[in-house]
Structure formats: C-alpha cells, structure tokens
Ligand binder design. Sequence first.
Ligand SMILES: [Zn+2]
Length: 262
Amino acid sequence: MIEISAYVVLLIIASVAGYRVRSLSLSGAIFTFITGCLVGLGFGWRGLFILGVFFASSSFWSKYKKHKKSKLDEILQKGDQRDWVQVVANGSIASIAAVLFFVTKADVWMIAFVVAVAAANSDTWASEIGVLSKRKPFYILTGKKVEKGTSGAVSLLGTAASFMGAFFIAIVAYEVFSMDSLFYLILITFCGFFGSVVDTILGATVQVRYSCKTCGLLTEKTEHCGKETHLSKGIKWCNNDVVNITSIIIATIIAVFIVGVL
Ligand SMILES: [Zn+2]
C-alpha cells in the first residue's frame, strides 16, 4: 500500500513537472499520469523507470538546439508540448501491454511493453535529432531531397538516432528486468527500430499533408497564413498521431508474434 502511494505521488510529481517545463499540455499531463498508473500496475518501478527514461530523453532531445528547429514549427502539426492525443498515440499500447501483463503474468507482455516504448522512443529520437542533420533529408520513396521535418523524409543522422533510440530502451529494459537472453535485447532493438521505419513509410504514403494557398508551404497544419489549408495528399484522418500509433502497433505485434513462435 505504501509502495502504491509512493508511485502515485511520484507520478503526480512527474506529470506536474512535465507540465511546468512545458513538455506536456494540461491534458497531456493528465494522460501521462493515467499511462503511468497502468504501467506501474503492471510492472511496478521497473516499468515506470523505463517510461521515465523515454519521457526524459524525448523531452531532452526536443529541447536540444531548439533554436535550430524553429522552421519546423511551420511544418509540424503541433509544437513540442505534448497533448493527450500524442500521449495516447505514444503510450496506449505500452499501457495495454502492462494491463495484459498484470492479468496474465506472461513474459510476452513485458517484451510487448518494452517494444512499444522502444518504437516510440526510436521515432522521437529520429525526428528530434534527424532535423539537426546539416544536409537536407531525402524522401524515402523517391530519393529526392526534401525540406527537413517532412514526414517520410530520412537522413543518415536520423536513421542512426532512430536505431540508438530503440537500442537505448532495449539496454535499459534488459538491465532493469534482468533479462537472461541477449536475444531479447536484439529483438527489442530491431522491432523498435522497425516501428520507426514503418512510421516513415506511412508518413510518406498515407499521412495527410496540406498546402497553404497563400504561401505555398506544404504543412501538417490545417491552418496557415491565417487561412484554412487545402488537402494536398494522404488520407484526411491519417495524421501524425494515427501514423505513430499504427507503427507502434505493428512493431509490437511482430515482437509478440516472434516471442510466441519461439
Ligand atoms: Zn502560408
């Protein structure tokens, strides 16, 4: 009981802190608290620690060299303050895995949880670090150079960051959960990284993009230059959050399938 209250207090402090440093909006802070409760229920301090590593490192990278990312605010739908939709997109699969682990105590859900976090971390590191690449990225489908921050764009730096983002969570989880097989370390790293690759491919194909009739900018925003933007490509409801959660689901299902088969 004391342990549970300590977790809850810790989660409140973390959510409020995230709100105060403007990493989270109010709704984002509330949903971070809920995510934390579910993860804590399933995995105790170990799960919360891994979640904490994800939040801390993601926030760090989004604030890192922020002045060089100002142009991106024009293209991206949302700023670096996460709202509840983004928290759900990044955290709901991990939460579901935590609840399934709580109910079944089957290790496969522990791996699923870690892969879900690794995929989210991989994607965040890729976009936050990738945009700092000195060279323009190229579009994954055509190989043509495009503006930084464009969904579906890849760079060497971003790809390396993506891999490291997944590997980082894998190593932390490997230690924290005292895993006994290096196979899991490799599985988590590759599934997490693969999630980020799926994210990029979906970003290039089905993710919605708008164009501003006034200045010609291609953007994820529904409004620019004070006017409504027009659908340029992709599917209307398929925004960055939908792409995020879809890629996390795919990465997690593949991991669950592999663990289940072996
Ligand atoms: Zn405009």
